[in-house]
Design a protein around this ligand. Structure first.
Ligand code: ATP
Ligand code: MG
Ligand code: MG
Ligand code: MG
Length: 513
């Protein structure tokens, strides 16, 4: 079943059950605490918080979501995209647990002819919160799931909250058993790779107070009106219904992998795990970049712009590591390494980092991003309207990164040659640091290029220099703030400040859907 069909069946199922269809909101909402919309409920927050009265009791949507927190999982797990579509149904003081569970179950298990997904009931494993006897008994006694397939889980997995004070409540998740080929038996509690989480049903029933701790929240009392908030991952359902191994091989992403294979001349799924991860990163990140640019984000050095920049650069780098943009024999980074295995490293670097690299890469990014637009436009027509803009922003970023790489590659080649001339096998920490600091080379890029040139890198020295630079920057910041270079009193405060872009996008609603 194709993704567009999965999407449509979801909406039809809930429209038939009296829900109003609400179009996806932009990925960028006017909320300083949230980098990107990362769950279907985000646009409905004012209704759940009682700040606004909803114009309907029941709503359904398929919301565009971006989770930067999952960026390092991409291509490595089978189920994490940076951009994905969360389908949801919402009740504002209307129906509660029984209906939410029944609606989800019927959509998943009804036959395809009947408008459902046709998933065999015995593959599904629900979880409930530790003390949620009510939800467990609905699953067991009304739906008929055998008791042995229902698991109870703690706060981390099965309790949701939205700030303090605010609504909170237990949730119930539905997992799909992919079978013994994918991992060990024992339900989601034992193995979340074999048992894939597809749907989270949140039962907002209480108000949370400021107290509580690790063991639980302080519950002030029941909400005057109980709400339902659910989120089903469209890509995950597509993966299962299409019988592929991971979300990157579904119908809206695999074509980008195939393009990457033809552009780089490498085969996907040929037994090289690292190469396969790179293919999956290309597909995932290209699509996320297209969606972000479509919603108005431009590459930059902080916040949303930096996320976009990092995604695009990871695409470029992954393509290069697979062999794109280089006439070199192997999976070289930038062309600079093309003859880097030999002794005259610096010569190779200076010729190969020339214009052929830029040209080839720009064509590459344009092809990938154009494909992502074509694949997503049927559901998100705004992408087709902004096609030229999206392509030109992505290609522009690729060109600027190509320059960075070309400049840094020359320095790398010189340093590698000098290291070899001195009969050493380890590139110094200070060279790695300069590459990072001056040219924006991530350390793993330097490591890869060094390995290709038959060298190691003094990672310890690099880490020490990075730490030193961080200390200096903090001292500078303190000095600016206080007029004193040694105002230790601020240090602790600064230490706690957000220093990495990943994460703060999720702070607000990390606990859930
Ligand atoms: P996981 O435990 O697998 O990371 P989650 O518990 O973080 O998922 P929720 O916050 O409960 O996910 O989101 C609701 C649903 O959205 C999930 O059940 C899943 O189907 C889907 N989903 C969540 N994160 C992703 C992602 N990174 N890529 C694709 N789908 C996702
Ligand atoms: Mg998660
Ligand atoms: Mg989970
Ligand atoms: Mg979940």
């Amino acid at each position: 079943m194709q993704t567009h069909d999965i999407r449509k069946r979801f909406l039809d199922h809930f429209i038939k059950a009296g829900h109003t269809e609400v179009p996806s909101a932009s990925l960028i909402l006017d909320d300083p605490n949230l980098l990107f919309v990362n769950a279907g409920m985000v646009p409905f927050k004012p209704y759940f918080l009682g700040e606004q009265t909803p114009p309907f009791d029941r709503a359904t949507s398929v919301q565009k979501c971006v989770r930067t927190l999952d960026i390092d999982e991409v291509g490595i797990t089978t189920r994490h995209n940076t951009f994905f579509q969360m389908a949801g149904n919402f009740s504002f003081g209307d129906y509660f647990k029984r209906e939410a569970i029944t609606f989800a179950w019927t959509l998943l298990t009804n036959s395809v002819e009947d408008g459902g997904y046709g998933i065999p009931a015995e593959k599904l494993w629900p979880t409930v919160y530790l003390d949620d006897d009510e939800a467990e008994s609905i699953w067991r006694d009304e739906i008929g799931v055998p008791a042995g397939r229902i698991q109870r889980r703690g706060m981390k997995d099965n309790y949701w909250s939205m700030g303090v004070p605010g609504p909170c409540g237990p949730c119930s998740e539905i997992f799909y058993d992919r079978g013994p080929a994918y991992g060990i038996e024992g339900g989601p509690e034992a193995d979340e790779d074999r048992y894939i989480e597809i749907w989270n049903l949140v039962f907002m029933q209480n108000v949370r107070g400021p107290g509580g701790g690790k063991e639980g929240y302080e519950i002030l009392g029941p909400l005057p009106k109980k709400n339902i908030d659910t989120g089903m991952g469209i890509e995950r359902v597509a993966c299962l219904l299409q019988g592929v191994d991971n979300v990157y091989e579904t119908d809206l992403l695999k074509p980008i992998i195939d393009l990457a294979a033809s552009v780089t001349g490498r085969a996907y799924g040929a037994g090289d795990h690292e190469a396969d991860v790179r293919f999956r990163v290309i597909a995932d990140h290209t699509r996320t970049a297209a969606m972000l640019i479509g919603d108005g984000v431009l590459p930059g050095n902080d916040g949303r712009g930096y996320v976009l920049r990092r995604l695009l650069r990871r695409v470029v780098r992954s393509a290069r590591l697979l062999g794109a943009g280089s006439t070199a024999s192997g999976p070289n980074v930038s062309g600079a390494g093309s003859t880097a295995s030999g002794p005259n490293v610096s010569g190779a670097g200076s010729t190969a980092s020339g214009p052929n690299v830029d040209g080839a890469d720009q064509a590459t990014m344009g092809v990938f991003i154009g494909a992502a637009i074509d694949l997503m436009a049927p559901s998100y027509p705004e992408l087709a309207d902004k096609r030229e803009h999206i392509v030109s922003v992505a290609v522009g970023e690729e060109a600027s990164f190509a320059k960075t790489l070309a400049a840094g590659s020359k320095l790398f080649a010189d340093a590698a040659a000098a290291t070899k001339e001195a009969n050493k096998s380890t590139l110094s920490g200070s060279d790695a640091f300069t590459l990072h600091d001056t040219y924006g080379f991530p350390i793993d890029l330097t490591l890869e290029m060094a390995a290709e040139a038959g060298l190691q890198v003094d990672e310890g020295g690099f880490t020490e220099l990075m730490a030193e630079q961080k200390r200096r920057a903090k001292a500078d910041a303190n000095a600016r703030k206080t007029g004193h270079a040694d105002a230790g009193v601020y240090r602790e405060f600064l230490d706690r400040g957000p220093t990495e872009f990943t994460g703060y996008g999720e702070l607000v609603s990390e606990a859930r859907v």
